[in-house]
Design a protein around this ligand. Structure first.
Ligand SMILES: Cc1cc2nc3c(=O)[nH]c(=O)nc-3n(C[C@H](O)[C@H](O)[C@H](O)COP(=O)(O)O)c2cc1C
Length: 370
């Protein structure tokens, strides 16, 4: 049966995983108001511990990179302690969890920075809007939306600070008991802002050619692998994404450069978001997977609108080694079992995707027959 391909164990880098179903990173905003992870998050992740690998929600490496109310961080001791509770819960349930290391760059609203401008490679605003932090009258529920602003162009000192923050965060992730880390180079955040030509107009050694645009990522990888062995470091990228005003002149060439960099540093995996089945991203006819495979020898985790059948077919066809699932994991804590048993999936209530406590988070039941 083709679905079996999902259930062949796999060693990703140096981590043994019992299946090829990865829980994709999902920001759910259930940390506390100071970005400290909560016991509720431990329950949520432990419910999903039979995934081959869990990649945590995006976790900010420092305050300048944090622009999301109640998203977690990993720059203080309290945050490390909070995460320790989460990783202990996952491990007690038999699971494996990586920390996704995040810096939002230009996508942080000044409201999160005491009125200061966010930082980015070039003074170009993201397209669209994002949730502002609550005011004192906030009673819960949806937060007001505000447009992205033009960031301050980063100096060399700013760049050095971001690289150092990634290194510290990687160190903290080990202290918090994570099995490894995933560098968030996707979805229009700071690394992606440097990678893609539309958002990086720098004239210095970090802009222009592809080699220059991958320089920040290269420095971040070096800082991270000083704290975590490369066999426990993954990288997430979305080189064809045009969301939030992203874009690249030649995503195929960019992808090859990223793949070569990851290979040179012996990274465990690349987690590629591609609009294979469309639905989450644009450009469904511009897959870069084959070009990545040609240069990167490690594990490739594919993501984007897969179901059990398309995922198994992808793996069986050698197009990916594992598949990650995002939205399906919201309402199906037992996704692995549902896939294995051919059960229908529950649908998520997206009103609670980024807002609330237990409801729409830890209260989705496992499959109940008839
Ligand atoms: C509620 C929600 C939160 C997300 N948060 C993150 C995140 O923190 N980090 C990240 O890299 N991607 C994030 N994504 C993207 C998902 O990881 C995934 O790429 C996307 O949902 C497409 O996969 P799917 O079709 O399996 O849902 C998020 C998506 C959703 C719907």
């Amino acid at each position: 049966m083709p679905i079996d391909a999902l259930f062949n164990p796999i060693t990703i880098g140096t981590l043994d995983c019992p299946n090829r179903i990865v829980m994709a990173p999902l920001t759910r905003a259930r940390a506390d108001a100071h970005h400290v992870p909560t016991a509720l998050q431990g329950i949520y992740y432990a419910q999903r511990a039979d995934a081959g690998l869990i990649v945590s929600e995006a976790t900010a490496v420092d305050p300048l990179g944090m622009g999301w109310y109640r998203a977690p961080g990993i720059w203080t001791d309290a945050m490390v302690d909070g995460w320790r509770g989460v990783t202990d819960s996952v491990h007690a349930a038999g699971g494996r969890i990586y920390c996704q290391l995040w810096h939002m760059g230009r996508l942080v609203l000044p409201d999160y920075l005491g009125g200061d401008l966010p930082i980015g490679p070039s003074p170009i605003a993201g397209e669209g809007e994002t949730m502002a932090p609550p005011t004192e009258e906030y009673q819960g529920g949806f937060l007001p939306m505000k447009p992205y602003v033009v960031p301050r162009e980063m100096t060399q000192a700013d760049i050095d600070q971001v690289v150092a923050a990634y290194g510290r965060a990687a160190h903290n992730a080990v202290a918090a008991g994570f099995d490894g880390v995933e560098i968030h180079g996707a979805n229009g955040y700071i690394i992606d802002q440097f990678l893609q030509s539309k958002t990086n107009r720098r004239q210095d050694g970090y802009g222009g050619s592809v080699i220059n645009r991958i320089r920040l990522l290269k420095e971040i990888i070096a800082a991270v692998i000083a704290a975590v062995p490369p066999g426990r470091v993954g990288l997430r990228v979305s080189p064809t994404s045009e969301r939030k005003g992203m874009g690249d002149d030649n995503p195929g060439a960019l992808t090859e450069a990223i793949g070569a960099l990851a290979k040179d540093h012996g990274l465990a995996y690349i987690h590629l978001i591609e609009p294979i089945a469309s639905g989450f991203m644009e450009k469904p006819d511009y897959p870069v997977m084959d070009r990545l495979r040609a240069v990167f020898g490690g594990t490739i985790i594919q993501n984007g609108s897969f179901d059990a059948d398309s995922a198994a077919a992808y793996i069986a066809g050698g197009q990916a080694d594992a598949i990650s699932f995002g939205r399906p994991y919201i309402a199906n804590p037992d996704l692995v079992t549902r896939f294995r048993d051919g059960r229908p999936l529950a649908s998520a209530n997206f009103d609670y995707a980024y807002v609330g406590e237990e409801k729409g988070y830890t209260d989705y039941p496992v499959f109940q027959p008839g």
